[in-house]
Design a protein around this ligand. Structure first.
Ligand SMILES: [Fe+2]
Ligand SMILES: [Fe+2]
Length: 251
């Protein structure tokens, strides 16, 4: 059973985080978050995850809005824990799909037949009106996927960051909001050092956020960063050596 966490709600605009896992593991596990943005009754799903949680996620969404009110499902990248359910979504709903243009041609391998339902984001991303504000698809390439996007919602000021900020936490300490960045850091380090492609991309992504007012970063795994922890995380990521910077450990 998922645990809903309301990240933002001003009456007309709402963001819900679901944390539905398809199985539990004893040692450590990669807790998965799925997100629903609602604006005047219309919804957007962010990173719906694998086929194993599809039905439970639909039930969770329908506690807030009917599935036919979904405008689109956004996939930050192509991984199975993000997009593995796209075939189920394509059969059970008539909603559209938004993802990097790098990954659209691979979706037939997940079982998607109607490619006209997929909107391919260009590398630089796009900005679209949404309610009183806008949604911006921000380039996050090689963080970690070669075609990867973060999504910024100007009304809630939440940045949905996909695997950026993902934490691999022991099940016992799977809290959903970070209270102390320093004690959370061990759960971030290993994942980011290996799964991010290099410091040049970390810096580019962090610098690209300069013009945005971000009060929360909501990753696909682990816990959300709020207020001062947003800046602490961005500073840490900006200086992180990872991926290709550590090539001598790999070859
Ligand atoms: Fe991923
Ligand atoms: Fe992931």
């Amino acid at each position: 059973m998922g645990k809903d966490k309301i990240l933002f709600d001003d009456g007309t605009h709402k963001c819900v985080m679901f944390s539905i896992d398809d199985e539990s593991h004893e040692e450590s596990f990669l807790a998965v978050n799925q997100f629903l943005l609602i604006q005047n009754g219309a919804g957007i799903v962010i990173d719906p995850g694998s086929a194993a949680i599809f039905h439970e996620l639909c039930e969770a969404i329908e506690r807030y809005i009917p599935l036919e009110n979904l405008r689109f499902v956004f996939f930050s990248h192509q991984d199975p824990d993000v997009a593995g359910s796209i075939s189920e979504w394509s059969v059970a709903t008539s909603t559209r799909f938004v993802m990097s243009g790098l990954w659209t041609r691979f979706m037939t391998h997940y079982g998607v037949l109607d490619m006209e339902r997929i909107f391919a984001l260009p590398d630089k991303g796009i900005k679209i009106p949404f309610g009183e504000g806008y949604l911006q698809f921000l380039p996050a390439h090689f963080m970690h996927s070669p075609g990867n996007f973060s999504l910024y919602d100007s009304q809630s000021k939440i940045l949905f960051s996909g695997d950026i900020g993902a934490a691999v936490m022991p099940a016992m300490s799977a809290y959903k909001e970070i209270s102390n960045f320093e004690s959370h850091l061990p759960y971030l380090e290993g994942f980011h050092r290996r799964y991010m492609a290099g410091n040049i991309f970390c810096k580019a992504w962090v610098n690209s956020l300069d013009k945005l007012d971000v009060t929360m970063i909501a990753p696909q795994h682990g816990a959300v960063f709020k207020d001062e922890n947003v800046q602490k995380f961005l500073e840490w990521l900006h200086g992180l050596k990872c991926g290709g910077d550590l090539i001598e450990n790999l070859y």
